[in-house]
Design a protein around this ligand. Structure first.
Ligand code: SF4
Length: 129
């Protein structure tokens, strides 16, 4: 691991406590993402727990881009539109289980065991539920 100056470590801690993603921290401190992750570990900073606390306090945006989703997980799990109801919740993907594309979303499609699988990378309709 690259040796860092004290102020760089402090900045990693500060940005992490603000809930910044590793890439954002790496860009600001001018180190690699791996270095940010290593230092977070050394400092005992759990970004998932930090972001969860910040969200609970309403200090983190609820946009899809800002919501932390571990790689491979769908934002739908945290989205209010995952379960359609009579209060206006639901989206083209979930209403009537029609699985229609959401306008403007970004997905990765692949085939798994002969079936098409869709991984949602960004959804403009995402709202934290
Ligand atoms: S709005 Fe987007 S993130 Fe939310 S349930 Fe529908 S597809 Fe998933």
């Amino acid at each position: 691991m690259k040796a860092l100056e004290r102020h760089e470590v402090d900045r990693i801690r500060e940005l992490t406590l603000q809930g910044k993603m590793a890439r954002e921290v790496a860009d600001e401190v001018h180190v690699s993402i791996a270095t940010v992750r290593n230092w977070r570990k050394r400092l005992g900073l759990d970004i998932s727990a930090i972001r969860k606390d910040l969200r609970a306090q309403g200090k983190l945006e609820t946009r899809c881009n800002d919501a932390y989703h571990p790689p491979g997980e769908s934002p739908c799990w945290d989205c209010i539109h995952a379960v359609p109801d009579m209060q206006g919740h639901g989206c083209p993907w979930t209403i009537g289980a029609m699985f229609r594309d959401v306008p403007g979303w970004t997905v990765r499609r692949c085939r798994r065991e002969g079936k098409e699988a869709v991984q949602i990378l960004h959804c403009p309709m995402f709202e934290r539920g």
